[in-house]
Design a binder for this molecule. Structure first.
Ligand code: PHE
Length: 348
């Protein structure tokens, strides 16, 4: 159907149509399109009024105006929708063009941290023992005298029990900051039946402060309890550990020592990673560096946790994390770990 030809039948509708078409085409924004809609199709528009007046029209005019009027309205609605979309798309492409971001410009750098060297060292050591089937266990930093000393077979009068070396909690003579991670040995064995294979990372506290001691430092404890455990297992385990941390060329040696809770006790040295064992300043010309204490669990300790000393044996070891990290990275002052100097921290 050709609307233009039809419109010749009604001069009034033809004029309204032409005026509206011109108006809508000249609308320059979506708001102007809306104004045009109100003007030409709104309740007060000529077209609406004409359509409302149909009942009063002469009978022969009613069908013409009714049919043609609605066609005009439909055509104008279509034109309004088209024009609105056209303008909106134009606005969008204009915004896309003007608000373009140059993604090739360098952005604002966002500083990103990383794990502290001590945390990295702890995780590395945990990983090595996890690979051997050890679990990770933890215990409280604030301990009782019983776990820190008594159950570890450390008698009254032992120097570590004096306030010269240990931080006690005021007014509570039995409560202290643990001086080593060994009390967690007792806590684990109280809860679990053997076999037990655990490593225990944690903070420990001693009244010490110089280039190689800070009042708080980190240890990793190890405990293995099973049937037929011998000193050979202790040596093989720690040799494997040392090679994993310091390199396959390193060797270890065991020196007799004393700890109240292991019998026999040893200190373990690693062949100097600087000179390879021939002697240098780092190893004080000895060729060996001390890295940890260890020994076979004293049966008296098993007595405190009701383990059967006929069936079970064990070994334990304890190492200072700071010391391992210092040796590994050739650092000379332990306090550097806690200075928060980014020049150091960023190197690891
Ligand atoms: N707890 C001891 C220390 O802090 C180290 C150690 C742990 C020795 C386990 C033997 C067995 O010096």
């Amino acid at each position: 159907m050709d609307l233009k030809r039809e419109l010749k039948k009604h001069a009034g509708l033809k004029a309204m149509h032409e005026e509206a078409v011109a108006d809508i085409s000249s609308a320059g924004t979506p708001d102007e399109v809306e104004d045009a809609r109100v003007r030409h199709l709104g309740r007060k528009s000529g077209l609406s009024q004409l359509l409302r007046s149909i009942p009063e029209l002469p009978d022969d005019e009613k069908p013409v105006v009714g049919k043609l009027g609605n066609q005009v309205r439909a055509a104008l609605e279509q034109q309004l929708a088209d024009r609105r979309r056209e303008l909106e798309e134009g606005e969008l492409s204009e915004r896309l063009a003007t608000e373009q971001v140059d993604i090739t410009l360098p952005g604002q750098p966002f500083p990103r941290g990383h794990l502290h060297i001590l945390t990295q060292t702890i995780w590395e050591i945990e990983d090595i023992f996890a690979g051997l089937g050890y679990r990770i266990a933890e215990g409280p930093d604030i301990e009782t005298d019983y776990y820190n000393f008594t159950a570890l077979n450390t008698p009254e009068g032992h120097p570590a029990r004096s306030s010269h070396d240990t931080f006690f909690i005021e007014g509570q003579p039995d409560v202290l900051l643990r001086t080593h991670t060994s009390p967690v040995q007792i806590r684990v064995m109280e809860k679990e039946e053997p076999p037990v294979y655990v490593v225990v990372p944690g903070r420990v506290y001693r009244r010490d402060s110089d280039a190689t001691h800070t009042p708080m430092f980190h240890q990793i404890e190890g405990l293995a309890v099973d049937r037929n455990i011998t000193m050979g297992d202790l040596k093989g385990t720690l040799e494997m550990f040392v090679k994993a941390v310091f390199g396959a060329d390193r060797e270890i040696r065991l020196r007799p020592h004393f700890f109240p809770f292991t019998e026999p006790s040893v200190e373990i040295d690693v062949s100097c990673m600087i000179c390879g064992g021939s002697g240098c300043r780092a190893c004080k010309f000895i060729g060996w560096l001390e890295i940890l204490g260890a020994g076979m669990v004293d049966p008296k300790v098993f007595g405190f946790v009701d383990y059967d000393t006929e069936d079970f044996q064990g070994f334990a070891f304890g190492m200072g994390v700071e010391r391992i990290a210092m040796l590994k990275h050739g650092m000379t002052d332990l306090r550097m770990f806690y200075d928060n100097d980014l020049r150091l921290i960023r190197q690891f």
